[in-house]
Design a protein around this ligand. Structure first.
Ligand code: ADP
Ligand code: ZN
Length: 752
């Protein structure tokens, strides 16, 4: 039930205690009642933060309801009600209630995801810590004694390559480790932890020096879009728009001019961007136009985030820009929500609550009477269908700004004639010629290979033995720079054996292409060119990412090779050629979104070409030259692609024609996982309506991850109502035994 807005207190009432129902960050579907003493009442009102005792612990929670009647059961006292104001207004509390109900979590779990940790636990925010290698000699000795764990070895390998060290969070991500092995190394005085106080953040700097910009004279197409948005803003009621604009069509200018109107009305705007697109370049475009822009991003410390949050809550920011979680920014009066690149899967959170920021944004905007703009050159099929059905208003920018044309795309069939793959070569004849031409014209080149590493598998050419992860059901990728084979799921690393362990053939073969392979080949074929690589191995730190972008912008890099990281939002006028080394990688995945993803990725990366005065070219290498996702991406014909893809989705019963719920069970015991999945499947069958289809329990395409066996059940239903019925039954089910983890994902991004 949506909580009532907080009311002003009758001072006479404050002589009585109150009984407050508190939402705690626990996976249980209920509120917990505590007694607030009369003098605490004003501080323990709805939306306030309180500290309460719970099973011998002290937990922070949010007050969801207040009652004066003493309950029949025994209640404990609120230990502390520290704030004079509500942290969550009625709008955000209501949004939390929606998230809990829709995604099947407790209210406390939903609210905990909405408020930054630094705000929830004042003063407890973690600091930015830098890890540097200080005594490698000691490390070598311990290693020789066999005293270093695998995670510790991974940490050291990374640190040896980066003498400047890593931020703790970056190192955890790069080496696939938790904080604890780093702390162990620190205790042995092999690494040193230093606290970074000041935030020398590139985003902040870029923003501060952003030169002010004036609104541009809109093109006729832009004007139509801006007029529609302004008219809708002036109505001050909810309306959602899908802005379908080809790459380089000037979507940002449309956002900016709509935002100007929203600010003039005294309301605030939120702009959601994919995490990877939150570059100084992006931030500059907003800071240059508006004075009070708050940026939220993952590089901030908890304290910085808390500070920004309070500033936003006080109404001091006209515009908030950030990734997924910025949808919870406590702006007092939301007028406009922009979701840029709305098709991006990073808007879906992969941990509890598994919410989708775009969908939550629609709900928030509707309640606030705000206007929503979802922008993309390749919208999610769900959004496009909503536009076709009239739930969203469709706005289109079919042409590039400034009379620029979309790049010409050439599909190259790597199975035929001269293009046929030569041994060890991943750049075919046509692509090679085009790269030479672009370099000769002093242009820059972007190459996409959406796999990192050197060889995506290592195999025995005689008996077929594959080097696989010990913990996951995948082959290991060989990383040449570290000379190890690495698991991309869990980070496990091992040396590549000199001979096949099965048949003793003394030479294993490297198969499959990764970014490192292409980088190496580029170095050999274009010795005069400056080549840089951008993938999550080379870009382990945010600084490294900014650095490469900066050098590319300055023209110090001729060829940039990378994974999907390079496909997002980069706007560099001198890019004359975009090459896709292999368009096949994503198509092979057994997932209902693989066609959509491939189309999106190809169209987006192709859009990086020809943004300046020169026309751009795109070369797509593939072994499936007639696949619709590839052909239509080359034609950059989104509506045509969407029409065929929607037909498939309808035929096979996938979103947007069906709602999905995916339940995943994991356990180290294969049997325990299968048994638990069977129990859950039974519960689902009982709760499901006749219109609901239940697939499984079954082993998902990736059967084992980090030593855990997996099982899943996929539920397909005509509407969310049936899914909600199943969720309710699952929430009531007895919790699994120890050693079994389970997760349910409403509107999953995939089924792998
Ligand atoms: P999109 O986000 O649709 O890919 P951008 O917003 O990046 O496109 O715009 C592409 C380029 O066109 C940018 O360099 C932008 O500054 C420029 N631009 C946008 N609108 C106008 C306009 N009305 N007049 C001149 N230049 C514009
Ligand atoms: Zn693994």
């Amino acid at each position: 039930m949506p909580p009532e807005p907080s009311t002003t207190h009758d001072p006479a009432a404050d002589v009585r205690p109150a009984y407050v129902a508190v939402a705690l960050d626990l996976p249980v579907d209920r509120l917990f009642t505590y007694r607030a003493a009369p003098e605490q009442r004003a501080q323990a009102d709805i939306g306030h933060r309180v500290l309460v005792p719970f099973r011998g612990r002290s937990l922070m929670g949010f007050v969801a309801e207040v009652d004066e009647t003493k309950p029949a059961f025994k209640v404990l006292d609120v230990s502390e009600a520290p704030d004079g104001h509500a942290l969550l207004g009625p709008d955000l509390l209501e949004l939390g209630t929606f998230i809990a109900r829709y995604y099947g979590t407790s209210l406390g779990e939903a609210l905990a995801a909405m408020v930054p940790r630094g705000v929830r636990h004042k003063g407890k925010g973690q600091k930015r810590r830098r890890v540097t290698l200080t005594d490698d000699a000691k490390a070598v000795v311990r290693e020789a004694d066999g005293k270093l764990s695998e995670p510790q070895q991974r940490i050291l390998r990374r640190l040896r390559k980066h003498p400047a060290g890593y931020l703790m969070s970056d190192l955890c991500r790069a080496a696939h480790v938790s904080i604890s092995p780093i702390q162990t190394l620190a205790r042995h005085e092999i690494v040193t932890l230093t606290t970074e106080r000041s935030q020398s953040d590139a985003l902040e700097e870029a923003a501060r020096e952003a030169p002010p910009t004036e609104p541009r004279e809109p093109t006729p197409h832009q004007k139509t879009c801006i007029d529609a948005l302004v008219a809708s803003l002036d109505d001050e009621t909810y309306e959602a728009f899908l802005l379908l604009g080809v790459t380089g069509s000037g979507k940002t200018e449309v956002y900016l001019q709509a935002m100007a109107r929203c600010i003039a009305q005294g309301r605030q705007a939120i702009v959601l961007v994919p995490e990877i697109a939150l570059t100084p370049q992006t931030v500059k475009r907003f800071r240059g136009r508006f004075d009070n822009v708050a940026v939220l991003h993952s590089g901030m410390t908890e304290a910085e985030r808390a500070k920004a949050w309070r500033r936003i809550r006080a109404g001091e920011a006209d515009v908030v820009i950030g990734p997924r979680s910025a949808i919870f920014a406590p702006v007092p009066k939301l007028g406009l929500l922009v979701v840029d690149e709305e098709h991006e899967t990073s808007f879906k959170q992969q941990s509890v609550p598994r919410y989708h920021a775009r969908d939550v944004g629609i709900v928030r905007a509707r309640a606030a009477g705000a206007v929503v703009v979802l922008g993309s050159a390749t919208p999610a099929l769900e959004s496009y269908r909503n536009a076709l059905d009239g739930r969203y208003t469709l706005l289109e920018l079919p042409e590039r700004v400034g009379g620029r044309s979309l790049p010409t795309v050439q599909i190259v069939d790597r199975t035929s004639g001269e293009e046929r793959q030569r041994r060890g070569s991943h750049i075919g004849r046509t692509l090679e010629i085009r790269i030479q031409e672009a370099l000769r014209a002093k242009g820059q080149v972007i190459l996409l290979q959406n796999r990192r590493g050197y060889a995506t598998s290592v195999a025995c050419p005689r008996c077929g033995f594959l080097v696989e992860c010990e913990h996951c059901d995948v082959t290991l990728t060989f990383h040449r720079s570290d000379a190890v084979a690495m698991c991309h799921l869990c980070g496990h690393e091992r040396r590549v054996p000199g001979a096949c362990p099965d048949c003793a053939l003394p030479r294993l073969e490297f198969r499959g292409v990764g970014t490192q392979t292409v980088e190496e080949e580029l170095g050999e074929r274009f010795p005069g060119a400056n080549v840089a690589r951008m993938d999550s191995d080379s870009m382990a730190t945010r600084d490294a990412y900014e650095d490469v972008l900066g050098r590319f912008e300055a023209g110090a890099i001729d060829i940039l090779i990378g994974t999907q990281m390079i496909a997002k939002g980069l706007d560099f006028p001198n890019v004359l050629l975009v090459g896709i080394v292999s368009a096949d990688t994503a198509l092979a995945l057994p997932d209902f979104r693989s066609g959509e993803r491939t189309f999106g990725l190809l169209a987006q990366v192709a859009g990086r070409a020809g943004r300046g005065d020169e026309d751009g070219r795109v070369v797509v290498q593939t072994t499936m030259p007639t696949h619709p996702a590839i052909v239509l991406a080359a034609e950059q014909d989104y509506p045509k692609f969407a029409a065929t893809a929607l037909e498939d989705r309808e035929q096979f019963g996938y979103p947007p024609y069906r709602r999905l719920l995916r339940v995943v069970v994991r356990s180290k015991s294969e049997r325990a996982a299968a048994e638990r999945a069977a129990v859950l499947a039974k519960i689902i069958v009982q709760a499901a309506t006749t219109t609901t289809e239940i697939l499984g329990p079954a082993v998902p395409p990736i059967a084992r991850v980090q030593g855990h066996y997996r099982q899943h059940v996929v539920v397909k239903a005509p509407t969310h109502r049936e899914i909600a019925g199943v969720l309710a039954a699952l929430r009531k089910a007895k919790r699994p035994a120890r050693g079994i983890e389970e997760a349910w994902d409403v509107d999953p991004m995939g089924v792998l």
